[in-house]
Design a protein around this ligand. Sequence first.
Ligand SMILES: *[C@@H]1O[C@H](CO)[C@@H](O)[C@H](O)[C@H]1NC(C)=O
Ligand SMILES: *[C@@H]1O[C@H](CO)[C@@H](O)[C@H](O)[C@H]1NC(C)=O
Ligand SMILES: *[C@@H]1O[C@H](CO)[C@@H](O)[C@H](O)[C@H]1NC(C)=O
Ligand SMILES: *[C@@H]1O[C@H](CO)[C@@H](O)[C@H](O)[C@H]1NC(C)=O
Ligand SMILES: *[C@@H]1O[C@H](CO)[C@@H](O)[C@H](O)[C@H]1NC(C)=O
Length: 547
Amino acid sequence: ATDIHLGYLEKDAIRGNDTYDTLNEILECAKTNQADFILLGGDLFHENKPSRRCLHSCITMLRKYCMGDSPIHFNILSDQRVNFNTTQFPWVNYQDENLNISIPVFSVHGNHDDPTGAEGLCALDLLSASGLINHFGHSQSVESIEISPILMQKGNTKLALYGLGSIPDERLYRMFVNNKVTMLRPKEDQDKWFNLFTIHQNRSKHGPTNYIPEQFLDDFLDLVVWGHEHECLITPTRNEQQLFYVTQPGSSVATSLSPGEAAKKHIGLLKVKGHKMNMQKIPLKTVRQFFIQDVVLADYEDLFTPDTPQVTKKVEDLCYAKVTEMLEQAERERLGCPLTPEKPLIRLRVDYSGGFETFSTSRFSQKFVDRVANPKDIIHFLRRREAMDQQDTQVEDLVKQYFEAAEQKGQLSLLTEQGMGKAIQEFVDKDEKDAIQELITYQLEKTQRHLQARGVTTEQDIDAEVREDSKKNTTEEDNEIREAMNRAKAHRLERGDDSVDAGISDEFADVNMDSDEGSVPFPAPTRGRGRGGRGRGGRGRGRGELS
Ligand SMILES: *[C@@H]1O[C@H](CO)[C@@H](O)[C@H](O)[C@H]1NC(C)=O
Ligand SMILES: *[C@@H]1O[C@H](CO)[C@@H](O)[C@H](O)[C@H]1NC(C)=O
Ligand SMILES: *[C@@H]1O[C@H](CO)[C@@H](O)[C@H](O)[C@H]1NC(C)=O
Ligand SMILES: *[C@@H]1O[C@H](CO)[C@@H](O)[C@H](O)[C@H]1NC(C)=O
Ligand SMILES: *[C@@H]1O[C@H](CO)[C@@H](O)[C@H](O)[C@H]1NC(C)=O
């Protein structure tokens, strides 16, 4: 399973228990099916710092389902100090003599629950330290990555489990292009292993380098379990170029009302024997239903045009009919599924371009309060081509307003609104306390240098110069902010903080930092082959070897 997003909307009066109910279902399912282990592809938690309730529920469920004295039937052959390096107990939880584990859980971290702060810890590390899960795939270096598999054996079947926790896509993309990502392979019996890789990155292309193309991944892999993408595409599909399979389990809760989230949600029961595998799709019963439809008002010429009398009322009636239709479908499909929550999520996207007007959605939502889980945002008005994902700009917009107000009073002209927006975003998202201070220091020092160079001394001149200087174009400004954020990162590294992912957002994360290479422990590495050359796509090469 992946992207469980525990704690998502936990305060919602209707949906508050959804993520908890579904994690419970997933764990129960693993127990019923006597799974050897549970593999999670990141974003177990929705919040980087989960609430007390969230951690408490999670711990309770893991303890309930994953502890016990039923025996574990597989062995770990790799060096566990390398595989499980994030706690002082670098061994798999089920081999800890003080714990009785019946189902070990292995998880990489996602972008929601990624490591932050001076210690570079994430919520999964709390669970790891308490022996409830095994957090793996946390790369310590910004410069290059060596992925060392957990080597498992059950009977004659050998499984090499590779994992890589979430890394900003652009940075990882660059590392792949520069051949800085190495997947180590066992030296002995290389062909005997079933190679499974868990990754938490964008799979679909968002920007030129804002995703990881499947082709970047090594072709010795047998199966890739892809996290982060929420649409359930769990049936393994074959990549014809690399000849491996990819399964995308998708999230177990809808965290946005977009079409991908409306696909029926599943988890998978993967069986591996030798090199053969079989993936059984298991539909999740506790997941709230979600229906989405689009309505283009301009397509209803027969019924109304913008000039029709009382057209807005007619539009509202049409929307009412559409929503009612979806509700009836939801009810039919829910028959005989007692675990499925009663009220579905409903989204109607209304394209009102062509001169139509919107109607009051608050009045509309009143009519569905008792039947829909999200009455307040059933209707989404949009005009064609309107970008659907605008959430990220919210904080920056806020700062912009603040600066516009401040600008009128002649204050704060030292700081650029874009820079401040970024810094605050880091602060809010990642609890990165240094981001704002770094930016202020940076822009202050730069202004001071500028004033010195210009030989400015009087207060009036300073004011004029600063105003002039703050009229930068966006390219200059981008560069400045990037440099300030890099400085924040450099200072963190100097302080000995290796949580290099903390607080640096994707687009500002640059790699020209001191290298951490060599700091990832590795038993007598044999890195002979394939390290220098690019060689992507060549078959049968070993990029690195385990001893
Ligand atoms: C969540 O579960 C608790 C405990 O069963 C219950 O008291 C509470 O009403 C539920 N909340 C929601 C939003 O369903
Ligand atoms: C684990 O379970 C076994 C079998 O029931 C028991 O003998 C052992 O004492 C338990 N270990 C711990 C640490 O509880
Ligand atoms: C995936 O792409 C989106 C859109 O460009 C971006 O905001 C997000 O940070 C990317 N995800 C990761 C894990 O880098
Ligand atoms: C912005 O400033 C940079 C650096 O001074 C310059 O190279 C670039 O041409 C400018 N761009 C615009 C659109 O003015
Ligand atoms: C994990 O590995 C790093 C890099 O070798 C090392 O500095 C660190 O002490 C290790 N952490 C633990 C908890 O063993």
